[in-house]
Design a protein around this ligand. Structure first.
Ligand code: ARG
Length: 575
């Protein structure tokens, strides 16, 4: 981490230039263009602005005092940029140090801190479909990154297990369930019943009065069953438990394939006895007010002025936000976290803005972050779906793995069958994950099989292959020279070394901004630079440079592996 290595020196300079400490320093950032050096320090602009001085003059004076063994040359460019050119031998030493420390020297800013990450969180009684995928991928990557940065992480799957879907399912079950079908495929039968309830109650143009009445009767029955369940009716509770068990088995099978594990799965039902107290306290604190028989919270914040939220409906039932308030309190009481991060799609922004505004009125100090993401778009015809059905995750994974298998069979027919299956699994599941994570989370993501499974470009197969190639080269070499053998004599070696050093920098940015794609970009850059060295420079036959290049590629291999694992990709050594 170059910025960390320079931080103290730059802080001393910044303090000396700004003794009252009113202008915050800033870390150095990589330059996009080697002509401008390796890193840039833009503090002079800030200081000059605060002081109403000429930024170039301020930059000149800072540069005059800047001495650090890593810096070969510092120069002022343009209106006041400070460009830093790093010393090759010092870069090689930094690389050697990085090789010796855990997590590539990622700063352990989370040590002693706890974070709760709420992700995946599907609604129960349906199969997991592609709508659940992004929350699981992004949440899991943030989970890994927080752990790598030293945080104690509580990964909490806040499943929707207490909603009105159960009333519908209970009614459908009582009328229409097919015992044999349930015995053969329980989740499939629950899904069928749920869909059936939807079609049997959907109003259609031309419904006669009798049909309308019978549809309404079903809807009313479902509502009654939901209320009975929520009041603790033993028969309904038993059915609920049965449906839950079926759903959880299905979810867990999907998570196992994705390599995702939660520390706790505390769904909405966990908070069912805590919501009344929430409403009571909101009333006591003058936060909730009566409105037409219900209890609502109004907001002063400009963005929320027109969006009051109901915390208790007229029939006494609480809702999503009430449950989340109970959940917030529970998490704080239980784990006293420094940060709570909730990962959902963009449509829940308002809900969480409201929630966090209420939390502020309760003076909750925990850092609360809603990490939202855009929608997933599958191109027309990307997968055959049964009419009217969403694409299930299991089917998506099966398709990816079988397509990957065809490629592996073609490219590596000499490998044993079990190994090809294992490679296809890592490549297939990894491709979907990476296609998701490599894009800015807050944009919509479009999947195409061709792009996702390509061995060229910014894809999982390309990264995995680059890694496996490093492994096989090093295996062929038969020895891994000491990192201190590294000499950066060729520009391609130097660029590779810098790219390795930048990996933890981008991981930190990804963590701080909830943007795994920043890390993905750097892994891609690293893979490109590995391949340049591999193609353009002799390694095994590199003569004097052989030991240095092998040691460098060993650092690259280690960094590629760590980076991919931070994103949650399963890495394989041979392809
Ligand atoms: N179950 C919700 C959904 O499917 C997501 C839950 C997110 N977490 C939370 N604490 N509300 O949209």
């Amino acid at each position: 981490m170059i910025p960390a290595l320079l931080a103290d020196t730059l802080a001393v300079l910044a303090n000396a230039a700004d003794p009252d400490g009113t202008t915050p320093n800033e870390p150095v950032a990589p330059t996009g263009n080697p002509a401008h050096g390796d890193y840039q320090w833009n503090f002079a602009f800030r200081l000059a602005k605060a002081r109403k001085q000429n930024p170039r003059a301020v930059a000149e004076s800072l540069v005059g005092q800047l001495h650090h063994p890593l810096i070969r040359k510092a120069e002022v460019a343009g209106p006041g940029f400070i460009n830093l050119f790093l010393d090759d031998a010092a870069v090689a030493r930094a690389l050697a140090e990085q090789r010796e420390v855990p997590q590539l020297g990622l700063p352990q800013g989370g040590s002693g801190k706890t974070v709760v990450i709420d992700y995946s969180s599907p609604n129960v009684a349906k199969r997991m479909h592609i709508g659940h995928m992004r929350s699981t991928h992004i949440g899991h990557a943030l989970d890994r990154l927080h752990r790598a940065a030293g945080y104690s992480v509580i990964a909490d799957n806040h499943i929707g297990d207490w909603g009105t879907q159960f009333g519908k399912l209970i009614v459908a079950w009582r009328y229409w369930h097919d015992g044999a079908a349930y015995a053969a495929d329980a989740i499939g039968e629950l899904e069928r019943l749920y869909v059936l309830f939807g079609t049997r109650t959907k109003a259609v143009d031309g419904d006669d009065d009798e049909t309308k009445a019978s549809k309404q009767a079903l809807i009313d029955a479902a509502r009654t069953e939901t209320v009975k369940l929520q009041k603790g009716d033993p028969d309904n509770l038993a059915l609920w438990q049965q449906f839950m068990d079926v759903s959880m088995a299905e979810f867990n099978a999907v998570y196992a394939r994705m390599g995702v594990k939660f520390d706790v799965t505390l769904g909405e039902s966990h908070y069912r006895d805590m919501t009344d107290k929430v409403v009571e306290d909101l009333r006591r604190d003058g936060i909730a007010e009566a409105s037409d028989g219900a209890w609502i919270v109004r907001f002063e914040e400009n963005s929320l002025k027109n969006s009051p939220v109901i915390v208790q409906k007229r029939d006494g039932a609480s809702n999503y936000t009430t449950t989340d308030l109970a959940c917030l309190r529970y998490r704080i009481a239980q784990w006293n976290p420094d940060r709570i991060l909730i990962v959902t799609d963009m449509r829940q922004q308002l809900v969480f803005n409201q929630l966090f505004a209420i939390a502020r009125r309760w003076s909750i100090q925990t850092e609360l972050i809603h990490t939202w993401f855009g929608m997933l778009v599958l191109p027309e015809g990307a997968m055959s779906t049964r009419a009217g059905n969403v694409i299930r995750l299991v089917d998506l994974f099966d398709e990816a793995v079988s397509r990957a298998r065809a490629i592996v069979d073609e490219k590596a027919p000499h490998l044993p069958d079990a190994e090809r299956a294992d490679i296809a699994d890592a490549v297939g599941i990894g491709s979907i994950r990476y296609a998701d994570l490599c894009q800015h989370p807050q944009t919509d993501v479009t999947f195409t099989w061709e792009k996702m499974l390509s061995f060229e470009g910014n894809t999982a197969p390309y990264l995995l292959y680059s890694y496996a190639r490093c492994c096989s080269l090093l295996a062929k070499a038969g020895e891994i020279p000491d990192v201190r053998a590294i000499r950066l004599e060729h520009p391609l070696e130097r660029e590779l070394a810098l790219s390795i050093l930048r990996l933890p920098e981008s991981a930190l940015a990804a963590l701080n901004l909830s943007r795994p794609n920043l890390l993905a970009d750097q892994i891609y850059d690293l893979a490109n630079r590995v391949n340049r060295v591999y193609h353009d420079l002799p390694v095994l036959t590199g003569g004097d440079a052989r030991a240095s290049r092998l040691a460098l590629l060993d650092c690259a291999r280690n960094a590629l592996r760590t980076g991919m694992e931070w994103l949650g990709l399963r890495v394989i050594d041979r392809m």
